[in-house]
Write a protein that binds this ligand. Structure first.
Ligand code: DCP
Ligand code: CA
Length: 390
C-alpha cells in the first residue's frame, strides 16, 4: 500500500460571532456584528468589525468592514462587543478535540488549523467519517460549527474548507486536485490578494485552470512567487505550505549597548532572549532537550555551556530556568560581559504530553495563549515584568 498524504484544513465558521451566539443564546439565528476587542478584552468602539454572523452576511456584512458601513447594509444587526478570553477558550477546546484524532495539529490561527492525517489509512480507512466526528464533537462540546476540507495537499485542503461553508465537509480525492481548482477564480488561492489578482487579470488569467495552463516557460518569467502559485494551481504543494525545513536548534543572542556586570540586567536580557526562543519553538511545534548559553566577556572571549533536560520542552519558563542556572555556573559574577545568548537543541518529534504535573500543562497552555495574543496584537502586547525595564 502506498503511503497516503492527507490533510484536513479546519476553519471555524464566523468564529467570534458563533462564540457570542453560544454565550448568549438569544442571539442565535440573528444577524450580529462583533466589534473589535483589545488584548484586555475591552471593545474598541470605532473602526471595523471583527466578523459578522452568517445571518448578517446575507446583507453583505463582512469581516474587516467599517461598522457604519455594515450597519447601513443591515440596520437591524445587533452589535456586540468581543470576549477575547472566550475565543481563546473555544479555540483551545476545538484543537484539543482535533488532537484526539489527528496525529499532528498545526494550528495557524485562533480558528484555523491543518491536521495531518498522512499514513493513517489503517486506523482511519474513511476520513470523511472522521471529519464528521470532529465536527459533531466540536458542536456538542464547544457549541459552534466548523468547516473542513480534506485533500492530499495543504493548499487544496485549505481552499476546499471554504467550499461548503458553514458547517460543511469537502473531500477532494487524490488525483482531482487540479480539476477541483480549475473553475475557481484565482482569488480563491491563498496568497493571491487584490493586487496579484489585477496583475493576472491583465494577463488574461481569471481562473485557476487558466493559471495552471500557462506554459511553465512563461510563468518562469513572472518570478518565483508566480511559480509557487502556478504549482498550487496544478495541484502540487508549494513552498509556503510545505512543512518547514528541518530546524535543529533555535537560539537568540544580543550584544549589550554597554558592557555590564549587573546580574539583574543580564538575567533580564536572558529572559527577553528566552521569550523569543520559546515563541519560535512553540510556533514550529518543536520541542528540545539541550539548553545552552553563551557569554562573551568584554575582552571578546566567548564561553558556552550546555545541559540536557530530563524531558523535552518548548516552555519559555523551563528553558529560562536552565539558562539561568548555566549562566550562574559559567560566569564569574564580576567580569563585565558584552553579549549573552541562549538556545535549545536536540529536538524531538512534537511536544510530549506532560508526564509531570497539571501545573506544567497549564503553564504551557498559558504560554501558547500569550503567543497568540502577541501574534494578533503585536510583540509588546504581553511583556513579563522582569523585562519591562529593558
Ligand atoms: N477577524 C478579525 N478581523 C478581521 C478578520 C477576522 O478580528 N479582519 C477575527 C474574527 C473572525 C476570526 O478572526 O471571527 C476568524 O476569521 P475568518 O476570516 O476565518 O472569519 P470567520 O471565522 O468570522 O468567518 P468564516 O466562516 O468565513 O471563516
Ligand atoms: Ca473562520
Amino acid at each position: 500500500m502506498s503511503a497516503r498524504s492527507s490533510w484536513f484544513h479546519l476553519d471555524l465558521d464566523a468564529f467570534f460571532a458563533s462564540v457570542e451566539q453560544k454565550l448568549d443564546p438569544s442571539l442565535k439565528g440573528k444577524p450580529i456584528l462583533v466589534g473589535r476587542v483589545d488584548p484586555h478584552g475591552k471593545s474598541v468602539p470605532r473602526g471595523v468589525i471583527a466578523t459578522a454572523s452568517y445571518e448578517a452576511r446575507k446583507f453583505g456584512c463582512r469581516s474587516g468592514m467599517p461598522l457604519f458601513q455594515a450597519l447601513k447594509l443591515c440596520p437591524n444587526c445587533i452589535v456586540v462587543g468581543g470576549h477575547y478570553e472566550e475565543y481563546i477558550k473555544a479555540s483551545d477546546a476545538v484543537f484539543s478535540i482535533c488532537a484526539r484524532y489527528a496525529p499532528r495539529v498545526e494550528q495557524i490561527s485562533l480558528d484555523e488549523a491543518f491536521l495531518d492525517f498522512s499514513r493513517t489509512e489503517l486506523i482511519y480507512p474513511n476520513l470523511i467519517n472522521i471529519a464528521n466526528k470532529i465536527k459533531e464533537e466540536v458542536k456538542k462540546e464547544v457549541g459552534i460549527t466548523a468547516s473542513i476540507g480534506i485533500a492530499a495537499t495543504k493548499v487544496v485542503a485549505k481552499v476546499s474548507s471554504d467550499f461548503k461553508k458553514p458547517d460543511g465537509v469537502t473531500y477532494v480525492p487524490k488525483g482531482f486536485e487540479k480539476s477541483f481548482l480549475a473553475p475557481l477564480p484565482i482569488r480563491d488561492l491563498p496568497g493571491i490578494g487584490r493586487k496579484m489578482e489585477e496583475y493576472f487579470h491583465k494577463l488574461g488569467v481569471k481562473t485557476l485552470g487558466e493559471l495552471a495552463d500557462v506554459p511553465f516557460e512563461k510563468i518562469k518569467a513572472w518570478g518565483q512567487f508566480s511559480i509557487n502559485l502556478w504549482e498550487s494551481a496544478n495541484g502540487r504543494d508549494n513552498i509556503w505550505f510545505v512543512p518547514r525545513i528541518e530546524v535543529k536548534s533555535v537560539s537568540h543572542s544580543e550584544t549589550f549597548a554597554r558592557n555590564s556586570n549587573d546580574l539583574k540586567f543580564i538575567l533580564a536580557m536572558l529572559q527577553k532572549l528566552t521569550e523569543k526562543v520559546g515563541e519560535r519553538m512553540r510556533k514550529g511545534v518543536y520541542s528540545g532537550r539541550c539548553v545552552y548559553i553563551t557569554i562573551r566577556y568584554s575582552d571578546f572571549r566567548s564561553v558556552s555551556r550546555q545541559r540536557v533536560l530530563p524531558y523535552s520542552t518548548s516552555s519559555t519558563k523551563e528553558i529560562y530556568e536552565m539558562g539561568e542556572e548555566l549562566l550562574k555556573e559559567l560566569w564569574d559574577g564580576h567580569t563585565p560581559l558584552r553579549l549573552v545568548g541562549i538556545g535549545i537543541s536536540q529536538f524531538g518529534e512534537t511536544i510530549q504530553p506532560s508526564l509531570f504535573d497539571a501545573t506544567r500543562d497549564k503553564r504551557l497552555e498559558l504560554e501558547k495563549r500569550v503567543d497568540i495574543l502577541k501574534e494578533r496584537f503585536g510583540k509588546d502586547a504581553v511583556i513579563p515584568a522582569s523585562i519591562m525595564k529593558l
